[in-house]
Ligand binder design. Sequence first.
Ligand code: ZN
Length: 306
Amino acid sequence: MFKKITAFITAVISAAVLTACGGSDGTKDKVKIAYLPITHSLALLEEAEQLEQEQGVKVELVKFGSWTELMDALNTNQVDGASVLIELAMKSKQEGIGIKAVALGHHDGNVIVVNNNISSAADLKGRTFAIPHRQSSHHILLNDALATAGLTIDDVNVTELAPTEMPSALASGQIDGYCVAEPFGAMGVSLGAGKVLMNSEELWQDSICCGLVLTDKFINDRAADAKSFVESYKKAGNSLDKDEAMKVAKKYLSQTDDVLDISLRWISYNDLEITEDTYNTLAEKVKKYGLSDEPPAYSDFVKNDY
Ligand code: ZN
């Protein structure tokens, strides 16, 4: 008897949930996308702005404070997608999570920031250098920077730090340099704590850093919404010139004009397609620098037919 009642209650709850999701309140049309408040996610934030004024798919932005929390939500289908460090998504895909990368987050937009006593990559030997996560293009860029001076990752002390802590850690001498998603590099420069040693494009042409990633569940269950979402996202990226980027960044990022002004000089958002060539270069670097032995193949992980 108890079992029957439980089954009945479950059925009623399921029906209620289905009604809520497909009801007339519009929730069915929403696309829930996770992000961190950084300049690398501005194409997504711009898209949300544009769609608010148009008909069709609506974006519900879900803000996170760390990559770990964001990946948790993505890996468990609590969101339909995310703007995220592509290496973290590659790792999840490798571990069997159903996700696909559908567009780039941005082009370039990363710098190696160092204290004012360091004047070359060779000076990094024996120093302490911070990155946000082992699975990041910041880790790759550090390896690339060291390689220009014939050094390897074993020649420096690498520490993982929260992006928001890096500028003050550099100012206090706790670290000698860092590479991280923007605008935290620009913040260190703006504070006078350090300077730019190298830009990402000097080290890695057409580098990939963040990607727009969608869950297979969303792609399969809501194919038309997914297509229209990705198309709008790319359109939003193409419309993000410096002035528009500044406007959106001011609204979402709570940073000073000076920090944003420095940071937005380093980044662009047009043509956000992930090409096979640029992805294969990324996958080679991921293997070469020990981030992963078996990064997912382009054909398994990148969906580029939108
Ligand atoms: Zn990025």
